[in-house]
Design a protein around this ligand. Structure first.
Ligand code: NAP
Length: 303
């Protein structure tokens, strides 16, 4: 079977690309490693995706994207891409199979960045979490620490505050990175506190997290803080380890032009995996549509 387009990744950009490609009657395959929706599926509540003014959960929006993509005939398989062979007919090698295609859209997004703090690895699933939506209910009436100062840290802290007694955000600088709307909003929650200029040095406990050692970055004074859980939101790393011969930025994101063309003809990239300033679901969705139209034009030009 020769596909017109194979889309790698079923997050908002990949699924949008699939909607546009399959609706344009391209033979479309989506290969997803984990679950549909990607990072979007783990977000508690979305309040800025157009049309959903009553709020919608990331999980529910992911299901809608997936249903929309397969409605027009896109095929979805769960598999992991290991390599791309870039010839006139492109070949995608996965763990379980090989797929031939005329064009490729890479929409693999990003993965969570870890901190390498002592104890982080040991306590994953035992008090260390990277997903508030998944784990917040375990911290009802408890005290949790959130590491990070970006949009994710703030948004997820707000979600956590609905369950936990206290949420303490610890940030390594004296100024948050998060957008001003979120910075303003967080002041409305009386059980969220922000500790500036501190780093977590160690996470400790017997079987589960019980305390952390934190250090003031100015005075280097250390102190112990009793907490029940640590939520880590310190940014993302792009999922590009399988990508070869495509130009990447110094931090391993895929470089594209405004039409989502990568440095290789017929291979497009969209969503958070590409080098860009703003990372938002709506921007990923838009990227996916542009990439699919690009793939369609590429196929027409080549045939
Ligand atoms: P981010 O914007 O890169 O923020 C990461 C935060 O973690 C920064 O405050 C950073 O500190 C801190 N950090 C990084 N490494 C650290 C370490 N080793 N120890 C302690 N702190 C560390 O990441 P993000 O919040 O995941 O957001 C990623 C992208 O998604 C952004 O473009 C964001 O706007 C977008 N996003 C948007 C929304 C929304 O619109 N509602 C929600 C979530 C994410 P410094 O500030 O000192 O660098």
């Amino acid at each position: 079977m020769l596909y017109d387009v194979v889309i790698i990744g079923a997050g908002p950009s990949g699924l949008s690309a699939a909607i546009y490609a399959s609706r344009a009657k391209l033979k479309t395959l989506i290969i997803e490693k984990k679950w549909c929706g990607g990072k979007m599926a783990t977000i508690g509540l979305l309040e800025n995706y157009p049309g959903f003014y009553d709020e919608i959960s990331g999980h529910d929006l992911s299901i809608k994207f997936e249903k929309h993509a397969v409605k027009f005939g896109a095929k979805l398989v769960y598999d992991e891409v290991k390599k791309i062979d870039n010839n006139t007919i492109k070949k995608i090698i996965t763990v379980n199979s090989n797929y031939n295609t005329k064009s490729i859209i890479i929409a693999t997004g990003t993965s969570i960045r870890k901190t390498n703090i002592l104890g982080e690895e040991i306590f994953i699933g035992k008090g260390v979490s990277f997903c508030a939506t998944c784990d917040a209910p375990f911290y009802k009436d408890k005290t949790v620490l959130v590491i990070g100062g970006g949009d994710s840290a703030i948004q997820e802290s707000i979600y956590l505050s609905k369950f936990a007694k206290n949420v303490i955000i610890i940030h390594r600088r004296n100024k948050l990175r998060a957008t001003s709307i979120l910075q303003k909003r967080i002041t409305l929650y009386s059980n969220i506190f922000i500790l500036y200029n501190y780093l977590v040095k160690e996470i400790l406990g017997k079987n589960t997290v019980e305390k952390v050692i934190i250090e003031n970055i100015k005075t280097h004074k250390k102190k112990e803080m009793k907490i029940d859980g640590v939520f880590i939101f310190v940014g993302q790393i792009p999922n590009t380890s399988f990508v070869t011969n495509i130009t990447l930025s110094s931090n391993q994101y895929i470089i594209t032009d405004n039409d989502m063309n990568t440095s290789v003809s017929g291979i497009f990239a969209c969503g958070d995996v590409r080098e860009k300033l703003l990372k938002q679901i709506i921007i990923s969705a838009s990227d996916g549509a542009v990439a699919a139209i690009g793939a369609q034009n590429y196929i027409e030009l080549c045939s």
